[in-house]
Design a protein around this ligand. Structure first.
Ligand code: AMP
Length: 588
């Protein structure tokens, strides 16, 4: 039960006494040694959370629920869109498998602080490997299973893992993609050599095993179970590489203590979910949402988590929600667009309370479609890999109800997040959003560089006092944050700045637009001009639609914006995690 009734009351409590606020929040976690302080400055200039406290993240996510008598409750439900398999695992079964696999890792010499690189799709074994690392104080580094050899080799050299865990194949749609070639090439290309590889053999596409190097994942689960070991709150739980939207991928380091506290609080405060509730995220375990809300947060709070391999269709989402009484669904705008395109009907899910969206810009028309289709509140919130949980949100665990119009925006700052806008032009209202330091618990503990944890210098502004989000927006009097896109997606037309996202919002209101992206191209006269790439709702696209889109934008924003080119395309380039790659379009 939350101690505050309204958002304002929560903000007042967090501002008046941050130490008291976070130590109180920390009571959601079982500590081996309770922390005596919340935030502490580090000699390197960054900060630690809950220093002095010791805990184990796996114990908090698994064992304590078994100890509380809920061992028979389902912890994980896994569905593969590729193979159509489905597995359900109780907390007791999860504990057995994780403790056994942790024993296997130990037998391979993995200890506290060692990195274990996990290159596997979203599978039960991936979750088991992550939790097993946490159990023995090792650091998991999950990388997308479909990476080419060079990308995998780069990450192997970045984190120098003791052990590499891989699946024998991943899937593209329903087609198996064997992992062997990329794995061998990555190991040959990397300077660092892991001690051993652990292979999850998949029935559809097993892999040739090298007995001198490789171990079978399921055989390692048979090792004598090992108990969880307490680690310091500030010890790293995992490293996760950013998608590289702001330069080369950076290894974001997450701690144990702050992460557990922030996620446990967020489940109540933002998602309104508690023990026994079923939470379904469509994100792959390899992305931050999969780490935070596919695995840790639902389990920390004793819930049931539904995870999926591959991209679920609307009918799979509907069926999973119905069969497992899903209470909260967390998905992306891309996934919603796919559902809309397929004409999905998603109403009639009595257990479903809310749908959450994050990851990229979601236009109001899409959110309104989702609302009418699910007949439930559809709630947008703003996130980064670096922050690990939402910077701004709607606080649905509190009594205050947000109106649907406000929900189209990304909400208001969470506790401990203090955003300001640095105006792009003197006297302007919009600009890059900066966050005051210290960042709240759960955010990055630093970046992994040259074999060690470093303060996140690339994210600090020139004064060193603010964290740069590299996102543009504005903040209104009611503290609602309005997102205008990545700083580098802003278009400068004859010296005037215009947000591509703002133009996209207007284009998305045209009934024939499925999805669109607006990018800047060089213009000899005005420096830059916007060009719109549009995937129409139906082919063939008609010339008249392009004229209507140009007219719409001119009417809504003024002709100075200068949108003249509307290019109809079959699809837009996306990142591995499904985000539109505007930069690739601009370079085309
Ligand atoms: P990633 O770290 O790959 O998850 O990407 C984080 C970026 O995604 C943010 O910096 C934003 O640019 C974008 N993003 C996340 N959530 C939202 C949202 N609700 N609306 C608009 N953009 C978002």
């Amino acid at each position: 039960m939350l101690p505050w009734k309204t958002y304002d009351a929560m903000c007042r409590a967090a501002a008046r006494d941050p130490e008291g606020f976070w130590l109180e929040a920390a009571r959601r976690i079982d500590w081996a040694q309770a922390p005596v302080a919340a935030c502490r400055s580090r000699p390197d200039g960054w900060h630690d959370w809950f220093a002095g406290g010791t805990l184990n993240s796996c114990y908090n996510a698994v064992d304590r629920h078994v100890a509380a008598g809920r061992g028979e409750q389902t912890a994980l439900i896994w569905h593969s869109c590729a193979t159509r398999e489905r597995h359900m695992l109780s907390y007791a079964a999860l504990q057995r498998r994780v403790a056994g696999f942790a024993g296997g890792l130990r037998a391979l010499g993995v200890g506290k602080g060692d990195r274990v690189l996990i290159a596997a799709p979203c599978m039960v074994e991936t979750a088991i490997a992550m939790l097993a690392c946490a159990r023995i104080g090792a650091v998991h580094v999950v990388v997308f299973a479909g990476y080419a050899a060079a990308e995998l080799a780069r990450r192997i050299d970045d984190v120098t893992p003791k052990i590499l865990v891989a699946a024998s194949c991943s899937f593209q749609g329903r087609t198996a993609v064997p992992a062997q070639a990329a794995l061998e090439a990555a190991l040959a290309g990397a300077a660092h050599v892991p001690d051993a590889c652990v292979i999850v053999q998949r029935a559809s596409c097993p892999m040739r095993i090298d007995p001198r190097r490789d171990h079978d994942f399921h055989a390692l689960e048979g090792y004598p179970p090992v108990p969880s070991v307490p680690v310091r709150a500030e010890d790293p739980l995992y490293i996760l590489h950013t998608s590289g939207t702001t330069g080369a991928p950076k290894g974001i380091v997450r701690d144990n203590g702050g992460h557990a506290v922030a996620l446990a609080l967020s489940m109540e405060l933002i998602y309104g979910c508690g023990a026994g509730d079923c939470f379904f995220t469509t994100s792959d375990l390899g992305w931050v949402v999969g780490h935070s809300y596919g695995l840790y947060a639902p389990l920390l709070n004793g819930g049931t988590s539904v995870i999926v391999e591959g991209c679920p269709s609307a009918s799979v989402i509907r069926e999973l929600c119905a069969a497992h009484a899903v209470r909260c669904l967390f998905t992306t705008p891309t996934q919603l667009r796919l559902m809309r395109q397929g004409g999905a009907v998603l109403s009639g899910l009595p257990s479903l309370r809310r749908v959450f969206v994050a990851g990229e810009y979601a236009d109001p028309a899409l959110l309104d479609w989702a609302r009418s289709s699910f007949r439930r509140p559809v709630v947008n919130h703003w996130w980064q890999t670096e922050t690990g949980w939402s910077i701004t949100a709607h606080f649905l665990g509190l009594a205050e109800a947000a109106s649907p119009a406000l929900m189209n925006e990304i909400g208001r700052p969470g506790p401990g997040f203090a955003p300001i806008v640095r105006p792009s032009v003197a006297g302007g209202r919009s600009g890059e959003i900066l966050l005051a330091l210290p960042l709240p618990p759960g955010c990055l503990a630093g970046v992994w560089k040259e074999g060690a944890l470093r303060p996140p210098a690339p994210y600090l502004d020139e004064s060193g006092a603010w964290y740069r989000t590299f996102d543009e927006g504005l903040i209104t009097e009611d503290r609602a944050v309005h997102m205008l896109g990545r700083s580098d997606d802003v278009i400068k037309v004859a010296g005037r700045r215009v947000s591509g996202v703002q133009i996209e919002k207007i284009i998305a209101g045209h009934g024939q637009v499925h999805v669109c992206a607006v990018v800047a191209v060089a213009d000899p006269l005005r420096g830059q001009r916007p060009v719109a790439y549009v995937v129409p709702a139906a082919w063939p696209a008609q010339v008249a639609w392009a004229d209507e889109i140009v007219a719409r934008v001119g009417q809504a924003m003024g002709r100075w914006v200068g949108l003249k080119e509307v290019l109809f395309v079959r699809q837009l380039p996306t990142t591995r995690s499904g985000k539109i790659m505007r930069r690739a379009l601009a370079a085309a």
